[in-house]
Design a protein. Structure first.
Lengths: 164, 81
């Protein structure tokens, strides 16, 4: 499995965890007691956006450290004479991002944005049929989260199947 | 609509004749990841013109010796046959 695939899987797992945490909090006791309190929902969503960004940064740092350590150990075990400079170079070589990665990212983000767009339309339709502003906020946030998860899956799919 | 073009490559053969050049070495010379070279070699990714030239340059051959084009007949023509 390549570095880019691993990175995508890690961010995908982070996205799923944040979404699950939001669902447990928002649709649990705390959220159900505040169904008409728009301010509560705005604060909750803002907090979860912040938590998501911070969690992703921390998880990515830990992932890169673990990846570098595992690569270094792997190389030391296969060749004891290898020096640190050579190990550093090979880690840098593995983490290179090239044109294929950019193309996959672009194609996947297009599909991710489509999911967000569908969520926006679904939110508007829900409001048109009498749903509250709280429902609209939730639909928008959930479609954004689902969009980024879909984007991750599409990226992995492109890495596996190839992109033309 | 024009015929679909399928781009094939001889990278595996060229690597063999280049003293069994590794995919990693080719990737470093072309300035891309090994993953991309694997995808190009397997026909799963059609490289940009720039990368195609860089791969050809790594082998010291012309671009047409690395990549070739095969015309794919249209669905309509296949049905007629």
């Amino acid at each position: 499995m390549s570095y880019q695939e691993k990175k995508t899987i890690v961010s995908l797992i982070t996205g799923v965890l944040i979404l699950v945490a939001y669902c447990i909090y928002a649709f649990g006791k705390a959220g159900m007691e505040q169904l008409d309190n728009l301010q509560f929902w705005a604060k909750t969503i803002l907090a979860f956006i912040g938590i998501g960004i911070v969690a992703l940064i921390i998880i990515m740092i830990v992932f890169h450290i673990l990846l570098a350590v595992s690569k270094a150990v792997q190389q030391k075990l296969s060749d004891e004479t290898i020096d640190d400079k050579e190990i550093e170079k090979s880690i840098e070589r593995e983490m290179v991002e090239d044109e294929m990665d950019k193309l996959i990212e672009l194609k996947a983000s297009r599909i991710g944005y489509s999911a967000i767009g569908v969520g926006f339309i679904a939110g508007l339709i829900a409001v048109a049929f009498g749903a509250s502003a709280v429902a609209l906020l939730n639909i928008l946030f959930l479609s954004g989260s689902v969009g980024s998860i879909v984007e991750g899956f599409v990226q992995i799919g492109y890495y596996r199947r190839g992109v033309r | 609509m024009p015929d679909k073009l399928e781009i094939t490559n001889n990278i595996r053969t060229l690597r063999f004749f280049a003293n069994e050049m590794t995919q990693q070495t080719l990737a470093e010379q072309a300035g891309v990841s090994r993953q991309t070279i694997i995808a190009v070699e397997a026909g799963k990714y059609t490289p940009s013109l720039e990368l195609a030239f860089r791969i050809a340059e790594a082998f010291g051959v012309s671009i047409t010796e690395v990549f070739s084009v095969v015309k794919q007949p249209k669905q309509q023509e296949l049905k007629e046959k």
